[in-house]
Design a protein around this ligand. Structure first.
Ligand code: ATP
Ligand code: MG
Length: 418
């Protein structure tokens, strides 16, 4: 294990007081404990860590016994949340190898997917179980040392994202690691090491086995962390867009749709950088808009009954939900943003106030602005709605939620009755 003096490498005053207290108390009780993962990586890069994680040789039960107000959470990975003032520090117990006679606590599926992983081990084993070398650095804040077993420091210097161990095996154990590779490459502006990148094409189909709810959580981390534009480029080049958003694949191959998506992502990133609020409904709405528009045209051409935009939205959403479980609180506004597009296209002065007053008017207008960048016809439409907003500023988005026609709920049948 390489031990490096951390005094000149990181700013120790930027450490969370709470995380250091957790480490101190564990060490005072004869356990070993370190600050690990993203916090060490970000401090080495001079960035402010999002949160602080601690790794220790104490078991979750032993940790809970030391800290009042702490609790064990998680099933696949058991971790302890320790509350220290206003901060919550995640404390994990060193994980070991699965081969070491602990078959009953680590459970793998037939395809090699890790279903449960609560085998405890040593610090070296814990480092080897982590995803990336740059995430496997251990900081001892008391003696101000960094333990680096896997050349993570060198990879930070070289600015490379590298999977620990054999990439295909590690991706098979947990396919979400492929998404983490591109997420960190985009966020840090790092390149992806050759073998870590090459194995993605071989393993990306395994994302089909990941529950749609977990993929939605990962989608938020991919797109709502301020680096959505570079992330979507990485996802596309590595063939990872298809397992998440198959409906967006065609759009990324078409020049004007691709521009619309990258602009939507870039605008969101800029808003996050300025500390402004953002919603996944707009971002995902823009990502899927080209597919909705394409289906809408096809449906219109067939002359089918009903509203083409509603039918198109429903179809695109249904296909997407099979992969990524977008909750209703986002999918309903997404559809409202889409469904307002034909009404905006009309520019009819009779219905102006009714359109302006829709609670999704602003978001729908933002999508119209993006669409107008590749359409002269829509530029005139944008000018019309800009004028209307100036004429009736008090009306914009004024329709309260209760006045929005609610979709009728079908009474839920109880399982037993089916
Ligand atoms: P962020 O800045 O996004 O919080 P992070 O590196 O701290 O980055 P977390 O998701 O908080 O990421 O995970 C904490 C640590 O746990 C990681 O640094 C990594 O060492 C380990 N880890 C997380 N997810 C996995 C995984 N799927 N497989 C292996 N190790 C993982
Ligand atoms: Mg973290």
């Amino acid at each position: 294990m390489q031990t490096i003096d951390s005094k000149n490498l990181i700013d120790h005053t930027a450490l969370s007081r709470a995380a250091v207290s957790v480490v101190e108390r564990l060490c005072d009780n004869d356990y070993s404990a370190f600050i690990v993962g993203g916090a060490v990586r970000d401090l080495l890069l001079g960035k402010r860590p999002k949160d602080f994680d601690v790794a220790t040789n104490a078991t979750p039960e032993q940790v809970v016994a030391l800290f009042r107000g702490s609790r064990i959470i998680g099933r696949r990975f058991q971790i302890v949340h320790v509350r220290m003032g206003r901060e919550i520090i995640e404390v994990t117990t060193f994980r070991g190898h699965h081969e070491d006679g602990a078959a009953q606590t680590a459970v793998k599926s037939q395809k090699g997917l890790l279903l449960r992983d609560n085998v405890y081990g040593t610090l070296d084993q814990d480092a080897a179980r982590r995803d990336l070398t740059i995430n496997a650095l251990y900081l001892d804040p008391i003696d101000q040392l960094i333990l680096d077993d896997l050349n993570g420091l060198e990879d930070i210097r070289q600015r490379v994202v590298r999977i620990i161990g054999d990439p295909a095996t590690r991706y098979s154990e947990d396919p979400v690691r492929m998404l983490r590779v591109v997420r960190f490459a985009a966020k840090l502006g790092f390149s992806i090491e050759q073998a870590s990148s090459a194995a993605i094409s071989q393993c990306r189909h395994l994302l089909a086995d990941i529950p749609a709810a977990r993929l939605f959580d990962e989608t938020l981390k991919l797109f709502m962390a301020g680096f959505a534009a570079p992330t979507i480029e990485h996802l596309t080049t590595h063939g990872l867009l298809e397992p998440l958003f198959p409906e967006a694949l065609g759009a990324m191959e078409d020049a004007s749709s691709r521009t619309l998506i990258l602009k939507a992502m870039g605008n969101t990133d800029a808003r996050i950088a300025r500390g402004k609020p953002v919603t996944p409904a707009f971002l995902l709405g823009a990502l899927l808009w080209p597919a909705v528009a394409y289906k809408r045209r096809n449906i219109s051409n067939t002359g089918a009954e009903g509203s083409p935009i509603n039918a198109a939205g429903q179809q695109v959403l249904a296909i997407t939900l099979q992969r990524v479980a977008i909750p209703k609180r986002f999918s309903i506004p997404m559809r409202e943003i889409w469904e307002l597009q034909p009404r905006l296209e009309k520019c009819s002065s009779k219905r102006v106030k009714s359109v302006l007053s829709q609670r999704r008017f602003r978001a729908a207008f933002d999508l119209l602005l993006l669409r107008a960048e590749s359409s002269d016809e829509l530029k005139a439409t944008v000018a019309f709605w800009e004028e209307q907003q100036q004429l009736f500023p008090e009306v914009v988005g004024s329709l309260p939620a209760t006045e929005i026609p609610q979709r009728k709920r079908r009474p839920r049948r109880r399982k037993r009755d089916q």
